[in-house]
Design a protein around this ligand. Structure first.
Ligand SMILES: Nc1nc2c(c(=O)[nH]1)N[C@H]1C(S)=C(S)[C@@H](COP(=O)(O)OP(=O)(O)OC[C@H]3O[C@@H](n4cnc5c(N)ncnc54)[C@H](O)[C@@H]3O)O[C@H]1N2
Ligand code: MOO
Length: 417
């Protein structure tokens, strides 16, 4: 029966969060997933595998930004009013734009090509219609309401770069460039296991000593939020034989294997021993709280993350280690989470030497400053804290006391989990 690895492991242990994340990124760099071409409808959340060059100007032609009248700016009255004959109209989608003589104008709609003779659009609301003419008063700006060709992207310009995450707006850029498909990294194949004899599904009654399995849903949700549909999620008992079979098989088919639970020091914590037996441990234990017992290793072709079972530890280690791995495997340029600065609304005292990720609410004051208040529920088994938090306050390893008003780093949670 595998044992938890002994006191002199041949892998690094108790790494800082930065060291652990750097190691993860290094491991992912040699495991980059190949590219594939996907329809834009399936490209949201994927990572671009090549630069995208705008094949033409965007917008492709100079056009009107408003519904109104296109004319020559030089004809606008410097004072008083002036009459313009309406020589025709040009609607968005028109095949060509009519020409018109000096002192006249053309009715135009938003997005319609600007007639070559025009350089200005006066909005409808600012004109008085008088039969087949309009009257414009002084005060209009020459060149107003015109969107020049290429004002957004120039033809030949790099519009998106390899490694960009395809957001909704970036899908719009691809489509505007005339691309119906995108070359993106293949999505990682991910196996997810929750382990523990005490776990029962949420729709089953609890027996003595049992709890409902929440990590399946938190981790499943985090994965789906990262654009990954995991394989069917298996619940495994604390049985080394069952765990061994499941890990070995997942290592053969997947790029990433994630487990929750069984990675600490208890009698039924088989993960460290099994990863050692079946593959290799890259590191075990990270100086973070919650989440210290996290393990990273490999089995077969898969990178393995054995995450601690405490529900908040599971979430925190996913955010700090697994999500960067998912992004790095796909070649994303940004693998981390953007952090912000805020002031502490209440003092913090911390006794340990691990980086702490405190669950916090955030408010903005009238001067624009953000203030972070640590919530009361900080236990690594207390989902309430992370469910109610706006952000995590990052308290560095060797910081033990922070006064109210101190500036701290925060990681906003909406969008994170
Ligand atoms: N003697 C020591 N004990 C513990 C240590 C240690 O260093 N020495 N580390 C503690 C820390 S820190 C953490 S975090 C936990 C991690 O333990 P495991 O990863 O081995 O996880 P389990 O023991 O299996 O479970 C911990 C906790 O979480 C609950 N759990 C597990 N899976 C789920 C799930 N799918 N849904 C909801 N809740 C789950 C489980 O019932 C336990 O209460 O170890 C400390 N102990
Ligand atoms: O690393 Mo654990 O999550 O503190 O309870």
């Amino acid at each position: 029966m595998p044992q938890s690895t002994g006191s002199n492991p041949d892998f690094p242990t108790r790494l800082s969060v930065d060291e652990a994340r750097s190691r993860v990124l290094e491991l992912c760099a040699s495991r980059r997933l190949p590219a594939e071409s996907v329809d834009l409808d399936d490209a949201l959340g994927r990572v671009l595998a090549e630069n995208v060059i705008a094949p033409h100007d965007l917008p492709p032609f100079t056009n009107s930004a408003m519904d109104g009248y296109a004319l020559r700016g030089a004809d606008l009255p410097a004072q008083g009013e002036r009459r313009f004959r309406v020589a025709g109209q040009v609607l968005a989608g028109a095949g060509d734009a009519p020409s018109f003589e000096a002192g006249a104008c053309v009715r135009i709609t938003t997005g319609a090509p600007l007639p070559p003779a025009a350089d200005t659009v006066v909005i409808k609301e600012n004109v008085t219609v008088d039969g087949d003419a309009i009257v414009i008063a002084a005060g209009e700006r020459v060149g107003a309401n015109v969107r020049p060709a290429g004002e957004d992207y120039r033809g030949g310009e790099t519009a998106l770069r390899a490694g960009d995450l395809l957001t909704a707006a970036r899908l719009g850029v691809l489509a505007s460039c005339g691309f119906a498909r995108a070359k993106v990294a293949r999505r990682p194949r991910v196996a997810l296991f929750v382990t523990g004899d005490e776990l029962v599904p949420p729709d089953r009654p609890l027996g003595f000593g049992q709890i409902h399995d929440s990590n399946r849903y938190s981790l499943g949700g985090l994965l789906r939020g990262a654009g990954i549909e995991p394989e069917p999620i298996a619940h495994l008992r604390d049985d080394p034989d069952a765990l061994r079979v499941a890990l070995r098989e997942a290592g053969e088919r997947c790029d990433l294997v994630i487990s929750s639970g069984g990675v600490s020091a208890g009698e039924a914590d088989f993960l460290p021993g099994l990863v050692t037996e079946l593959g290799r441990v890259h590191f075990w234990k990270v100086r973070m709280r919650p989440g210290m017992p996290a393990l990273c290793g490999e089995i077969g072709g898969a990178l393995v993350f054995a995450l601690p079972g405490n529900p908040v530890s599971t979430i925190a280690t996913f955010l700090m280690l697994v999500r960067p791995a998912l992004r790095a495997l796909q070649g994303a340029r940004e693998t981390g989470t953007r952090s912000w600065k805020a002031r502490l609304a209440a003092p913090i005292v911390k006794k340990h030497d691990r980086a702490e990720f405190l669950r916090a609410s955030i408010v903005t004051h009238d001067d624009g400053a953000l203030w972070a208040t640590p919530l009361r529920s900080q236990g690594s088994g207390m989902l309430r804290g992370v469910a109610e938090a706006d952000a995590l306050i990052v308290v560095p390893e060797h910081t033990h006391e922070l006064a109210a008003g101190a500036v701290v780093e925060i990681m906003p949670l909406p969008g994170l989990c």
